[in-house]
Design a binder for this molecule. Sequence first.
Ligand code: NAD
Length: 474
Amino acid sequence: MDFASNYTLTIDGAAVDTAERVDVINPATGKAFASAPAAGQAELDLAVAAAKRALPAWKALGWEGRRELLVKAAKAIEPHLDQFAALFVAEQGRPTALAKGEVQMGAWWLKSVARQDLPNEVVEDSDTRQVIVKHEPLGVVAAIVPWNFPFLLAMWKIAPALLAGNTMVLKPSPYTPLCSLKLAELWRDILPAGVYNVISGDDALGPLMTAHPGFAKISFTGSTATGKRVMEAASRDLKRITLELGGNDAAIVLPDVDVAEVAPKLFFGSFYNTAQVCIATKRMYIHDDIYDEMLAAFHRLAKEAVVGDGAQQGVQYGPVQNRAQYDRVRGLIDGARAEGLSLLQGANVPEGDGYFIPITLVDNPPEDAAVVTEEAFGPVLPLLRFSSIEDVVERANNCDYGLAGAVWSKDIDAAVALADRIETGTVWINDNFQNGPHIPFAGAKQSGFGVENGAEGLREFTFPKVIFVPKKPA
Ligand code: NAD
């Protein structure tokens, strides 16, 4: 399979092209290096119709039959890891090893979810009847995916939706469509036609999908602002929705930590993938006793960080993924400077048209500064002092988002007690980014609606159908 060209939609198990195309830009150069099809209403209608036709046979395969094909689909990725990784770096910007890691993780995720089950439940078994709850597929699912983890976050939707017996039309972000298009091409010979369709397009395609009456569910990952639009559109015909949205995660660092030991881990939790992670630490609350030492350690790490083209050896942090995000993050940094806040920056970044921004630390800004209240989603991080637990709990929770957070301390009991008070879907202790196919992931407050992963996540691709079975014939 040729990964370097020939990017087509996959509809009904076959390639479909469009007259209009969308340029795909390498964020390390700022230049277009490929183009993807721009699907519109006609291609969307074809994809939904194909997915609908494929439903009965896919459902009839049963859990075991579908499991087998999904494992086969996961294994088909493995011989192409390097090709997927190279394409991933070109469209997304991340360093090669990390890109390969995401593709590997995606294949592993699919295999792991394929082993899951939602067996029938007998909720009543009396002398007269048995009441059985079955988990039925919903129908055709729309999957809408962002650009920051284009491979893995797609898999979080594909794996449970298809396993549960649904069929799918997936739309990647206009910024990162290529790996998704190639994955669908790879699967044309593995999955029955129409079970898995991928359509790329411009900004108009998402709203067309959420308005389409053929979808039973929308599984969306992206910003909170867009999530609200998805919910509104879905309300028109009561489509089911799962929304994984933005976050402004706080890490709380207690005074007993060993600064030299934890600083690199905290830094990684903030800046991995150039800080374009929904569950990155975006507000770093550090106890007064260790604040100066931690700030100095962070500044050292920022200066040592190698920012550059992800395709080059030794690069640790790639560019910001797209121009709009680059302008937003630059705006936050310029705004902080204009407000007179104290900024500490890391090493120089490559010259040219790439979307590079030096890692930027903001030294103890006020709690109402934009750099604290907004989700930066880029390499700028506020470090904030605290001295009382009550104060830091209040500040950490004073936020419309509630995705994740972390507590760092040698005293695990104290950390658990503090974690209990953080109003987010996930809290890590002395760690970050941990999740898994068996672990539910959900945003509290405006960070989400519904659950991905784990049995709860799988269940969201089904509806409970209850059958009353009498013990005596009528
Ligand atoms: P975005 O909301 O701009 O776009 C996400 C997807 O929605 C893209 O495919 C886009 O084309 C599509 N879209 C845009 N407008 C639409 C509309 N009106 N209707 C339907 N679809 C539409 O988000 P983004 O910039 O791609 O991603 C960054 C955001 O995603 C951040 O806020 C980040 O925190 C969040 N995110 C959340 C999670 C999570 O699991 N909670 C994971 C990754 C990213």
